[in-house]
Write a protein that binds this ligand. Structure first.
Ligand SMILES: [Zn+2]
Length: 204
């Protein structure tokens, strides 16, 4: 099925991929940043000697993710309820991930002694161009690229962000067109035709 064929990169077999990830796609810049994070954890003496002891103390060998890009169909189901714009979520653009956190030794929710490891992880992420963009108490494992993070970066690169949005949107449209062609039941066909009209409205 042609999901994100043009816009996003398939992360199957990447070091940070995990069984939890259902839609294995991300923006290439996010892939590069996550690989950088794992390079640092693999060879902290080489890539981040300034905080070598802190990194070793975390015991983290590599990070893995729990979710990557959100599929257009899921986003459609979410947005159909509240009429939010399709591209509001950075997950849909492949520009956000959620780290696997439960049971890890930076999960301060389970053990407050782990907060220091979480803060070290935050430094490593920053070194790789990534940021925890949501408040720690609300969404502690949600990560975005700092350069596009509208919440944290006053100089976020909005121009490039818009180009990426348009690319993803075009991908969605080709997926929906494919769905319309392959569906035999007229009820489903109608559903996708409505979706196609809405998507085309967003692609101005
Ligand atoms: Zn998230």
């Amino acid at each position: 099925m042609p999901i994100y064929e043009e816009a996003l990169y398939n992360i199957t077999n990447c070091d940070f991929d995990s069984k939890q990830v259902s839609n294995k796609h991300l923006d290439l810049e996010m892939v590069e940043a996550l690989n950088k994070v794992n390079d640092i954890f693999k060879e902290p003496a080489k890539y981040y000697p300034q905080i070598l002891a802190q990194i070793k103390a975390t015991g983290i060998k590599k990070i893995t993710i729990a979710s990557a890009a959100r599929s257009p169909m899921l986003q459609y189901r979410l947005t159909a309820k509240n009429k939010a714009p399709y591209l509001q979520s950075f997950h849909m653009l492949g520009l956000a991930i959620d780290l696997e956190m439960k049971g890890k030794n930076f999960d301060f929710r389970e053990n407050s002694n782990y907060l220091k490891h979480y803060l070290t992880l935050e430094k490593v992420l920053k070194k790789a161009g990534l940021v925890f963009s949501e408040p720690r108490s609300v969404d502690p494992n949600h990560v975005e690229l700092y350069k596009y993070c509208l919440k944290k970066n006053p100089n976020a690169d909005i121009t490039t962000l818009e180009i990426k949005e348009q690319k993803v949107l075009k991908d969605f449209i080709s997926l929906v067109e494919y769905k319309i062609e392959s569906k035999k039941k007229s009820q489903n066909k109608l559903h996708y035709k409505r979706l196609l009209i809405d998507l085309n409205k967003e692609l101005k």
